[in-house]
Design a protein around this ligand. Sequence first.
Ligand code: NDP
Length: 504
Amino acid sequence: MTKRQAGNDNERKRASKVSAEPRMERVPRAKGNAGPGRARQADFVVIGGGSAGVAAAMRAASHGASVILVEREQIGGTCVNRGCIPKKMLHYGATWAAILSGCLSHTGGREDWNDAIVRVKAEMARLHASYTQRLQEAGVHVLRGEATVSAPGEVRVGGDTLQARRILIATGSRPAPLPVPGGELASTSDDVFAWNGVPASLVVIGGGYIAVEMASILSRYGVKVDMLVRESRLLENFDEDIANALAEALTAKGVRLHLNTDVTLLDQANGAIEVCYRQVEESAIGGNGSGNGGNGGKNGKGKERIHSVRAQAALAAIGREPNLDGLGLEALGVARGQRGLRVDRQFRTSVRGIHAIGDVTEGPQLTPVATAQGRWLADRLFGRRGERADFDVIPTAVFCEPAIGSVGLTEAAAIEAAGKPERIGTRIKRFVSLENRFAGNTMPSVMKVVYNARSGRVLGVHLLDNAAPEIAQSIAVALRLGVRLSHLETTMQLHPTVAEELFG
Ligand code: NDP
């Protein structure tokens, strides 16, 4: 039998089945009698319960029309039954399998820190070689050593004295030390990448990017993680709905969150580290005296209690401070702000001829920002005046599980800028992604759009899903171009993706 004959046979079978038993999945507001063989009236009859038919029927019904949808097989059409959805799920399976078999081939399928770190270091080595080669090819001379700016236009490196009309400070930042007795017992994110194995348990101190990323990553390598967060929630600078949804996801995966805490002391005994902290009593929710809510914070007025948590290791991720030691800038009178060197829009410090960019300044500590600053400054000083990157719209991501992607104003920041809450609108969607459905978990993804209630202009997009960082990067262009909510609603979706939840 040919494929075509088989198709015809199937069609005949389908046709006879249809005439024998017409099926109605749902007939909203239809007038008349229900059931096979009886006369029925409707405002709208849709034949075909695939993507098009279902969409038309639902929209018509939402406008109050009585709708009859006729479908001879399962609702959902090609997309659900023979196309996009099963295809995409199998794509996940195939992709995960390929990734896992590549990554875990040395470990017999187990996630293994030692194996992973070997591959991480191999990539780091490849990048070192690549950078060195590219610098060489560009004609940049690389000199190894510690630099001191001895005078405007003069830098000393060991016995060498270098002279230049312009000097650029781009020395970056380092993890801030934990300012409590025993604080030096805590590792920092710098140390983690040198660990030969992971501790069985870890206390993470901090609630920002690094604390969240490390807690999420290490817990997935089998580490039992407690997080001590000073604020009443994670990721203070991110949108609250997204941060709260992440907190739920982390808690569900076994990370224990202790909010409104103030770490007071670290001590080492019997091979473990004990971290003592104060916590506002009224916020205690969940196990181990942990808080998952509350309103105390570092300025909380509730009754405080002293707690402690013991673990094999502690990790402090409480911000980064500029690398300024030994540069001699203070002696030259280069002005410092609270978080780093003070620069103007052209990255000039207070001393003529000395510029600064990147983490050593007060700006956002993000790699692409530093890179854009460097390229723009080099163009301006030595080439034609380049087009300035837009430093007002900076997409950012937190690589936890699920990941966060964010661009533009949070709801709170938009309301503050607008002056009144009614001037700001939000649209929030919670859904379980196909990827999670396939993996058998119902962890929700969240997408939130913040917009100007009058003009519809989108002010911020905040996402929680593993696809979020990729989406945030692309949506940043739209934000820069002044995208409105109506543009999102009328942009054709790409199905099946996570991003489509933002549109339509
Ligand atoms: P963040 O500024 O993100 O967060 C610091 C956290 O530590 C805050 O929760 C802060 O709380 C808390 N904290 C500060 N001091 C103390 C203290 N003494 N005791 C307890 N908690 C304290 O800093 P990170 O170290 O996480 O990251 C540094 C920078 O690195 C980030 O700003 C980011 O720009 C960059 N980064 C970016 C990443 C990315 O793009 N994916 C990844 C990692 C880092 P409080 O609010 O109360 O001060």
